[in-house]
Design a protein around this ligand. Structure first.
Ligand code: BES
Ligand code: ZN
Length: 892
């Protein structure tokens, strides 16, 4: 006889059992904003598909009242009650056991429950704000990835789509929002009951509720969809920019996906305490204030761009994610990679002057950085427990995901790609899809072997470096897995290789499917070009086909290593301004990464960097700055004796564009100039450029007297703050105190973030410690600490590590299980550069790791070891001293 099933069999399973599935939730919630408790009830229409004595649902941190649970089916004369309710805490499930077998067919399952509005920014939580000088709470939900279960018992998996009919009971004076519009409002003195229209079918992680005091701004799309931005009372003017972007973007996506937005309204709300940047809840998108609000006087160009990109990203999810949803978290990248990629498409259409596709390389390069670790993971990653999901909202799912989409799009062509996406959305609307479903549609439309090509990018981690050599009139290729550690992995890819030779007029494309391949030079150029002169050493004159650039416009997710001759020709081409900005970026970034992996010397990287002295393109200069920071940080440990000269060289290098831009905005100057000015001045301040430090101080003091002074516009404020912190020390902390004053008086979240990001940049470790303690104080919202951590100075590193150890228990408890906790580790641990430190870190965390941080921890320690290896390589670079001296004192 088959064994009687029992509760044990449901434990430790990655997914819920499938004998009953939800169809419709009728959900009632009553939050109490002063006691921070809520009560609720849910009636779930379910389909029992196999006779069972059990119902198994997700629930966590909820109290279910035994007598409030019932099961009703038309064929039953009375309601059934469970004989046992067993919570399994570690799996966040509730097992309801019945004495009788539940009949197959439709039924309704009712549960009453209670919970706490927590302060952890997930589930049903409280956020705080001030209104007329009084501290208030609002109630907010954040359910992705798996926290709807903290608000109501449910089948909390993306594939269990159902409709939602939500009712809220709230204080009459408050605004209460949910995914759908209100269809009925009953006011009963101090309380009101709001019934929302029933939603189309959707996943639980997209359900949302917001209750608090808000003002709003409103507009309509050409189709008459009502779009609103809700923000703090009195601040609705700050919502104008996002509202405009949203209205235009909805219209754009409707055309691009060939499917209209599927709900009658879209609300976007600024939430003062918010773990992520924003969340795409169906019809009710929630944001951090800094990612939604734009203040013409105090927001920087970078803040404006962030708002546009975040809005475009979340609205992309209304199709990609909400209408068509990933079948399981393994396919999270379908959501996030696509939304990231599509947001650039929208931003480019709305703001062509931002050259956003050039800026997209920032995404690609961050994907490449993470994926160069042995501790990376494939885009499609196994998920066996809810606690593992948080950590895959990372640069692999978002940035590598978006980059491989871009690679595929450029291989298949924009039109074919768009047609395929439209047909994919149509085919899987109101349902779920897996990665291979998308490939099938693309394969069908294009006739290309999409699945075979893409499996190599999504099912294995890492990516290749293609080494190119010229030999006997042939170009020879070899692919091998690129790892920052310098070892080579055994991955193999199908690589869409592109190349240009001497000009951009003709491009050659082919798929590199094997480890080695060759190409005749004759195939590259038309017969009028003499290929012998093409390859003759030292022939770098103007004209003719002298350089060969692979991965044209950097649309491919791989690196290229050129032989010395080819590399030198590219360097000349950069100096002669013959290459596109994207290619200039790519050559530099590939070279930098090869250098970090000790496949190339730092002196050769420096020589290449010198070719960028007249670089003026925002994204390229910005990358030079990023690389410069990293080099300076390594130089501290590897070659302290050369540090001053290295800084001199870097200051020299940045001087050209810095002088061109100056401190004051020019009339009608463009967005990118404004962003570049801020980054350049910040870098000059960090590298100790005296003129910059003095000028920053002068302007900062004018700003202290008048926050609206034209001497310190928002774009250069961070630079001034960083400059001030460079001159602070423990015996003269006035600059630090001034910054705290600016922080305390700032009303705008973006302003606070700017101060936070500068506070720990001081070279005096004692001041860094003060800043770190300030980050943990009640004056800094938990959501914002990550910005402070990202700005810790090189000199403050050891102090920060000691501080982290001392405060770990508190930090681990407070930032508990979200991805914010991982930032403490990645920011503080990753910059170290010795194997001893890696061991020390390993030892400390040996007894303190948990599933939600284990991946980050391993990645951070790997980074430390990579740095250590690099430091070793730099120390052995014999020609470095001479090269640095020559560059530092070179006269132009
Ligand atoms: N779906 C995410 C929000 C999210 C992130 C939920 C992590 C749960 C865990 C949202 O669409 C998102 O990706 N937001 C980004 C902004 C975007 C512009 C990259 C974010 O929060 O940073
Ligand atoms: Zn997203």
């Amino acid at each position: 006889m088959a064994e009687e099933p029992n509760v044990e069999q449901f434990k430790g399973q990655p997914r819920l059992p499938k004998f009953a599935i939800p169809k419709r939730y009728d959900l009632f919630l009553k939050p109490d904003l002063s006691s921070c408790k809520f009560v609720g009830g849910v009636q779930i229409t379910i389909d029992v598909v196999a006779a069972t004595k059990f119902l198994v649902l997700n629930a966590a941190e909820l109290t279910v009242k035994d007598d409030s649970v019932w099961f009703k089916n038309q064929s039953l004369s009375k309601e059934l009650r469970p004989s046992e309710i067993v919570p399994v805490e570690e799996d966040e499930i509730l097992v309801f056991k019945f004495d009788e077998v539940l009949p197959v067919g439709e039924a309704v399952f009712g549960i009453g429950f209670e919970g706490t509005l927590n302060d952890k920014m997930k589930g049903f939580y409280r956020s705080t704000y001030e209104h007329n000088g009084e501290k208030k709470n609002m109630a907010v939900t954040q359910f992705e990835p798996a926290d709807a279960r903290r608000c109501f018992p449910c089948w909390d998996e993306p594939a269990h789509k159902a409709t939602f009919k939500i009712t809220l009971e709230v204080p009459s004076e408050l605004v209460a929002l949910s995914n759908m519009p209100v269809i009925e409002e009953k006011v009963d003195g101090p309380v009101k009951t709001l019934s929302f229209q029933e939603s189309p079918i959707m996943s639980t992680y997209l359900v949302a509720v917001v209750v608090g005091l808000f003002d709003y701004l409103e507009d309509f799309t050409p189709d008459g969809i009502k779009v609103r931005v809700y923000c703090q009372v009195g601040k609705s003017n700050q919502g104008k920019f996002a509202l405009d972007v949203a209205v235009k973007t909805l219209d754009l996506y409707k055309k691009y996906f060939a499917v209209p937005y599927s709900l009658p309204k879209l609300d976007m709300v600024a939430i003062p305490d918010f773990a992520a940047g924003a969340m795409e809840n169906y019809g009710l998108v929630t944001y951090r204030e800094s990612a939604l609000l734009y203040d013409a006087r105090h927001s920087a160009a970078a803040n404006k761009q962030r708002v546009a990109v975040v809005v475009a990203h979340e609205l992309a999810h209304q199709w990609f994610g909400n209408l068509v949803t990933m079948e399981w978290w393994t396919h999270l990248w379908l959501n996030e990679g696509f939304a990231t990629w599509v947001s650039y498409l929208a931003a480019d259409s709305l703001f062509p002057e931002w050259k956003i596709w050039t800026q997209f390389l920032d995404e690609t390069t961050m994907g490449l950085r993470l994926d160069a670790l042995a501790e990376s993971h494939p885009i499609e990653v196994d998920i066996n427990h809810a606690s593992e999901i948080d950590e895959i909202f990372d640069a692999i799912s978002y940035k590598k995901g978006a980059s491989v989409i871009r690679m595929l799009q450029s291989y298949l062509g924009a039109d074919c790609f768009q047609r395929s996406l439209a047909s994919y959305i149509k085919k899987f609307a109101c349902s779920n899809a897996k990665t291979e479903d998308l490939w099938a549609v693309l394969e069908n439309e294009s006739g290309e072997p999409v699945k075979m090509l893409m499996d190599s990018w999504t099912k294995q981690k890492g990516y290749p470096v293609v080494s190119v050599n010229v030999k006997d009139g042939k170009l020879e290729f070899e692919q091998s897995q690129f790892l920052s550690s310098g070892s080579s992995g055994d991955g193999q890819w199908i690589i869409p290789v592109t190349l240009c030779c001497g000009s951009y007029t003709a491009q050659k494309k082919f798929l590199l499917k094997t480890k080695y391949d060759k190409l005749d030079m004759e195939e590259l150029v038309d017969s009028s070009v003499d290929t012998t002169s093409l390859l003759a050493k030292g022939n770098q004159g103007k004209g003719g086909c002298l350089w060969i650039k692979f991965n044209v416009d950097q649309t491919g997710f791989y690196r290229v290593k050129y032989d010395d001759e080819l590399a030198e020709r590219l360097r000349y081409a950069i100096e002669a301004n013959q290459l596109s900005a994207t290619d200039r970026f790519g050559i530099l970034d590939d070279s930098f990464s090869l250098c970090m992996a000790c496949k190339q010397t730092l002196s050769s990287l420096f020589s290449l960097m010198a070719a960028y002295r007249e670089e003026y393109e925002y994204t390229v200069v910005s990358q030079i700055i990023t690389i410069s920071y990293k080099i300076v940080s390594m130089a501290y440990d590897a070659i302290p004796e050369l540090l001053d000269d290295i800084k001199k060289f870097l200051i020299n290098l940045l001087q050209f564009s810095a002088e061109k831009l100056g401190w004051d905005p020019k009339d009608g100057e463009n967005h990118l100039d404004a962003m570049l000015r801020g980054e350049l001045l910040t870098a000059l301040a960090e590298f100790g450029h005296d003129l910059t430090l003095n000028e920053a101080a002068r302007r900062f003091h004018a700003f202290l007297d008048d926050r609206n002074t034209l001497l310190l516009p928002p774009d250069i404020r961070k630079a001034a703050y960083v400059a001030i912190m460079q001159t602070v020390n423990s015996s003269n902390k006035s600059g630090y105190e001034y910054l705290l004053k600016v922080y305390r008086e700032a009303d705008l979240s973006q302003e606070k973030v700017r101060v936070l990001s500068a506070l720990a940049s001081c070279p005096d470790p004692a001041v860094v410690r003060d800043a770190l303690n300030f980050f943990l104080s009640s004056e800094v919202r938990n959501q914002d600490v990550l910005y402070g951590l990202a700005g810790i100075s090189r000199e403050g590193r050891d102090t920060a590590w000691i501080w982290l150890k001392e405060n770990w228990d508190h930090i681990s408890k407070t930032w508990g299980s979200g991805f914010l906790l991982t930032r403490f580790i990645s920011s503080i641990v990753s910059p170290f550069s010795s194997n001893e430190k890696a061991e020390e870190v390993e030892e400390f965390f040996a007894s303190r790791t948990k599933p939600s941080i284990s991946r980050t921890l391993k990645q951070s320690m790997e980074r430390v070891r990579i740095n250590a290896n690099w430091v070793h390589g730099i120390k052995n670079d014999r020609s470095l001293g001479d090269v640095v001296k020559e560059l530092a004192y070179r006269k132009y």
